[in-house]
Design a protein. Structure first.
Length: 110
């Protein structure tokens, strides 16, 4: 069950055109305290519809751990840094977890 309250922990699911782009964005988000941690998962293939055609592309996934109150600022920063016109940035609620880890996420994004 997700955390309750107005400022809960969330994961931002972001896709990028390359591992390097995902790392650059993730590092910036952590340095600017918009995220406590960023994981880069390379080697993803996306199949999607764009401008009326079905496309396929190699991408990397970036998962940024943050607070819901920072999500809009994080999204704006990703749009500034990203090479795509319409980058994927989706908020996923965090449910239960290791209390010490969740506390660490809160401290690093304070």
């Amino acid at each position: 069950m997700p955390e309750t309250g107005t400022d809960h922990l969330v994961f931002a699911y972001i896709t990028a055109g390359s591992r390097e782009e995902a790392l650059r964005i993730g590092r910036t988000l952590v340095e600017e305290r918009l995220a406590a941690c960023a994981n880069v998962l390379d080697g993803m293939t996306s199949v999607y519809r764009w401008n009326g055609a079905v496309e396929q592309a190699d991408e990397a996934v970036l998962i940024a751990k943050t607070r819901s109150s920072l999500f809009d600022r994080l999204t704006a920063r990703v749009r500034d840094l990203h090479s795509y016109d319409t980058p994927c940035v989706v908020e996923l609620a965090v449910g239960r977890g290791n209390p010490a880890y969740l506390d660490w996420l809160r401290v690093e994004t304070a």
